[in-house]
Design a protein. Structure first.
Length: 320
């Protein structure tokens, strides 16, 4: 039977010729029938656009948009502007999804009168596959799980009511934009349902932003997160420790980079020094925060004990 509601799935694409067919095939094969698949080619310089145009032009569910390179956030915003679905989901072009992903998440939303559904996922890399698990749970205070579960920060494991997305144009940041934009969306949300089934396959590429050294943009999103958290705590004082846990989590990325790479000039030396100082000031707060996950406390302990390689392993293994 054809589903009455429509789901718009948005795929931002940039130089993804190695993976894009696997990605879109997995979306085409969804058991949820009423799909709108929006592929936004963001100025790819490889054959991504040509592959999509050649292989998927006969599928009337697919909208293929070609734009000059503006970045992944702009590509998502373009997809949102062109979407007509009652619900919106996002899939990254190097990932793929299980065939029952959207029907399962849609049913969870309908059965629980929820605004957002988040599913569990598998992280797949050269080192193997690691499941990233959520519980089967309905949250009537969505900010609590958002501020403590790192998997809640990303777009790709969620199905959103479209009005939540269309009310918020995504802010473009080099690092942390998913955490910030999701926080603004969650603030307007009444109920979030999470499911334990791993329905999304997150492919972890070899490239990493940590290999280029610490830059200002690794820190620029944290004050924005802190500002949002302060506003939330003013209205909901019982969320203070949850907000602290989120900020402590956000600091782990620059701390990881500061302790595992080397500065290349005096300006960077000062930046590295300030970040390390901040890590020391956060240590006892993080260890004493019962809302911060054990894995991230372990990363803080490893950094404190100068076991930087272990800290990197903890952060890389358990971060999304």
């Amino acid at each position: 039977m054809k589903n009455k509601s429509k789901i718009s799935i948005i795929i931002p694409v940039y130089n993804a010729e190695k993976y894009i067919i696997r990605c879109i095939d997995s979306i085409q094969n969804q058991t949820f029938s009423n799909l709108e698949i929006i592929i936004v080619n963001d100025g790819s310089t490889d054959s991504s656009y040509e592959l999509c145009k050649e292989k998927y032009s006969s599928d009337d569910r697919i909208i293929l948009i070609n734009q000059e390179n503006k970045g992944v956030t702009a590509a998502r915003n373009t997809g949102i502007e062109n979407s007509t679905g009652d619900y919106i989901g996002f899939v990254d072009s190097d990932d793929w999804i299980e065939e029952n992903m959207y029907v399962t998440m849609y049913d969870a939303i309908i059965n629980n009168s929820a605004d957002i559904c988040a599913c569990s996922a598998k992280r797949i890399s050269k080192d193997g596959t690691i499941p990233i698990k959520l519980k089967d749970e309905l949250y009537t205070e969505p900010l609590k799980p958002y501020m403590t579960f790192d998997l809640m920060y990303c777009y790709w494991n969620k199905l959103y009511k479209s009005n939540l997305i269309k009310n918020h144009e995504f802010i473009d940041l080099k690092v942390g934009e998913d955490a910030l934009n999701n926080l603004q969306i969650i603030k307007d949300t009444r109920k979030v349902v999470t499911i334990s089934e791993c329905l999304y396959n997150y492919f972890q590429n070899e490239t990493s932003i940590t290999k280029e050294g610490l830059k200002d943009y690794h820190l620029s999103y944290i004050p924005l997160i802190e500002s949002e958290c302060n506003e939330i705590v003013e209205k909901n004082p019982n969320l203070e420790r949850y907000a602290q846990a989120m900020i402590q989590y956000c600091w782990l990325l620059p701390l990881d980079i500061a302790y595992t790479t080397q500065p290349s000039n005096d300006v960077e030396k000062n930046l590295y020094s300030e970040v390390k100082k901040k890590g020391k000031s956060l240590f006892w707060q993080a260890i004493g925060n019962d809302k911060l996950k054990f894995e991230y406390k372990a990363a803080y302990v490893a950094i404190k004990c100068n076991i930087y390689s272990l800290a990197l392993k903890f952060y890389a293994k358990f971060s999304k």
